[in-house]
Design a protein around this ligand. Structure first.
Ligand SMILES: [Zn+2]
Ligand SMILES: [Zn+2]
Length: 101
């Protein structure tokens, strides 16, 4: 579980809205379980959410940040200069058109 305040106020304490607390005969806290998700930030009172419950969303964001394939290194067929090009460029040395791939 990784709770964060929805307002990112920096609060570190949260309250579970739907938790069941187990007590011993003297009423001392023994354990708890979260009956259903629902949390508030104790610092500012805003709703908080569990980052651990949205891994799919974060994964999709991470995938969108992946770099595109880098340009290919190819040899100019005319002067044999090794040039890094995107499609449709000319050789910077002799001006011959280059084809990638
Ligand atoms: Zn807060
Ligand atoms: Zn060339």
């Amino acid at each position: 579980m990784l709770l964060v305040c929805s307002r990112r106020c920096g609060g570190k304490l949260f309250r579970a809205l739907f938790a069941e607390v187990e007590l011993d005969a003297a009423g001392a806290y023994q354990d708890h379980r979260i009956a259903q998700p629902g949390y508030v930030c104790l610092n500012c009172g805003s709703p908080a959410f569990d980052l651990a419950e949205v891994p799919a969303e974060l994964e999709a964001e991470a995938r969108a940040d992946e770099p595109r394939p880098v340009a290919a290194d190819i040899l100019c067929p005319v002067c044999e200069t090794l040039v890094q090009v995107d499609a449709g460029m000319e050789c910077p040395n002799c001006g011959a058109p280059l084809e990638v791939g």
